[in-house]
Ligand binder design. Sequence first.
Ligand code: AMP
Ligand code: GLY
Length: 415
Amino acid sequence: MKLLIIGSGGREHAIAKKLLVSPKVSTVFCAKGNIGMKKDGIQLVDISEENHEALIFFAQQNKIDWTFVGPEIPLLNGIVDDFQAAGLKIFGPNKAAASIEGSKEFAKKLMEDNEIPTADYEVFTDYQAACAYVKEKGAPIVIKADGLAAGKGVTVALTLAEALQALTEMMADHRFGKSGDKVVVEEFLSGEEFSLLAFVRNEKVYPMVVAQDHKRAYDGDRGPNTGGMGAYSPVPQISTEIVESAVEKILKPAAAGMIKNQTPFTGILYAGLIATANGPKVIEFNARFGDPETQIVLPRLTSDLAEIISDLLNDQEPELTWSDQAVVGVVLAAEGYPGDYQKGLAVPEFEDLTVYYAGIVDDQGMMRSSGGRVLLAAAEASTIAKAQKKVYQALIKADTTGYFYRKDIGAKAQK
Ligand code: AMP
Ligand code: GLY
């Protein structure tokens, strides 16, 4: 099989790498990908993920068996609808189904209609009304811009002043543009956070092993929210019962609800969950694989990812098996991220770690940093403690001048 992956980050690197393991796969193209992926034999295609027409032409010319979409933007732009209209196979939700991620209001209504446990919320388009509601509810409280705001549209406000400031920035100062015209004000949920992803085809849900991301920039969950600074799997403090309850009460009703909505979902469904005292509750749905969760979860998959996707596209039962190994992955970010950061840094090498490249460019054949999150370095071992030790020993030995990374990825699993 010849496959095409849309996207260019660490998540797409991990997906492409796993697909290449399959004896059935001869070639994996990635559009646009990044130069770091070439090390693993992934072929780069210089077409933007927004240029559906050129991607379709490429897939036809190169007889691509099917295409896999990594990021949310092309999904929300209807890349699946466009490929299907051209008679091409593609795995991911269509534009309507991707609204489960693209619109918080859509996701909240789906949960309400299907009794899926989530934080209580109200939607506001009026700034004064939102302020009045927040004053009535008090802090802690969560403020979310409806629509996408590059992962930065969420404020977990611990004080009333912080909450009101977030509303002013979003609704009065339009810091996130149109995304802030509509704001969701949500109850603060207290508990361990975890990510549960599943392969979904209409009503069928095939869950993956869970992972825990670290969203804050600095050790001890301090600092600003980021796209994710590292992750690990398994998550021993999240019991099998909690995961089962999340599958039964969250993922399956969500898939069923999407059918009732006439927006059936096929693709990767990502539930960002909090294990509260009253069971798991949803903080967000995504219509795609998570980054960095994918880099942690896919190495634990022992069955064939290419066969799984092919089976789902052909309406057959996929086979999913997982290893007991632990994986810990640490993101190496440019100093200053998620604020302003330097670009063009040399990219370090690591002994005995698996590296997934993200914010990397080709500088005359050399790898240079171009993004905030530059790469994720991961280690696999029989326990989380061993994997942690392995990853940090190699990171300490490397020259990481100009970069920073969290030193406590996986620490919560050790308590
Ligand atoms: P999101 O972009 O929706 O994933 O939110 C970013 C981060 O904010 C999440 O990973 C959580 O750590 C936190 N968060 C979001 N919603 C809530 C909530 N209702 N209660 C507590 N924390 C939340
Ligand atoms: N790791 C969080 C996300 O992919 O949305």
